[in-house]
Design a protein around this ligand. Structure first.
Ligand code: GLN
Length: 242
């Protein structure tokens, strides 16, 4: 068994250790005897989405997002949309999350027309939403995800997507409606940066299962010893929520 991961824009979108999410997925697959190959696809390189099973897009600053507009329009947007509709798994973080929506209007009025792969849009505000935060993940009842957010963009979901969950502490999508992240098909989009999967192993396995199920029709992931991961998670959870 092998999963092929595509890391989109690894050299441009990689804030706060976002790459750690890929390392976490690779490790948790290999520990189950599943092979994994990760390929970076960046500016000017052709994306053939049918070559991959799982896509990762990290976060970036406004400037970096603006730099990518031309490259997205030059073929990648169409590939990303087709892959999403084909049920491929995506994990997109912060700037990468915003990029999957219709547009991002920065706090100083710069309009970025994005992929429109997901029914959502983002508008910048002067206030940055920064800090450790926590949210429920609706598909795994009782699971509280701990993470770190840093964005000025406020994201609003349309009827075509669902939130990942509800903010328990912090800001989430916009600091107003209590939602965090977006779900559509096998897309997981969130404001939570690099520590997301290492500190939330149940979420990591849940995401991996969507890709395994799609490719092999089954997704038996043997339990791992998550003592250290759960200790890190529980420490943050109690710091944030108690
Ligand atoms: N530039 C976006 C914002 O500030 C995304 C930032 C990020 O990826 N951390 O909203």
């Amino acid at each position: 068994m092998e999963l092929k991961i595509c890391h989109l824009y690894p050299d441009v979108l990689n804030l706060y250790g976002d790459r750690g999410n890929i390392i976490c997925m690779e490790q948790r697959l290999r520990q189950r005897g599943i092979d994994v190959v990760t390929t970076g696809v960046s500016v000017g390189e052709t994306l053939r989405a049918s070559d991959y099973d799982l896509f990762f897009i990290g976060g970036g600053q406004d400037f970096e997002q603006e730099v990518l507009l031309g490259d997205l329009a030059n073929g990648k947007t169409a590939e990303i949309k087709a892959a999403i509709e084909d049920g491929k798994t995506f994990l997109a973080i912060c700037g990468g999350y915003q990029m999957l929506g219709h547009y991002y209007k920065t706090w100083d009025g710069q309009m970025c027309d994005f992929t429109g792969a997901l029914d959502l849009y983002t508008e910048g505000s002067k206030k940055r939403m920064i800090g450790d935060y926590a949210f429920s993940f609706d598909e795994l009842p009782g699971v509280r995800v701990v993470g770190f957010e840093n964005h000025s963009g406020k994201t609003y979901l349309g009827p075509g997507v669902s939130p990942m969950g509800t903010v328990l502490k912090g800001f989430g999508n916009n600091g107003e409606d209590g939602t965090e992240g977006a779900r559509y098909q096998n897309v997981f989009a969130t404001y939570s940066h690099g520590c997301l999967l290492p500190k939330n192993p149940q979420l990591c396995d849940y995401i991996l299962k969507t890709a395994l199920q799609r490719k092999f029709g089954e997704a038996d992931l043997a339990p791992l010893d998550d003592t250290l991961e759960n200790a890190a998670h529980d420490y943050m959870e109690s710091r944030l929520l108690s």
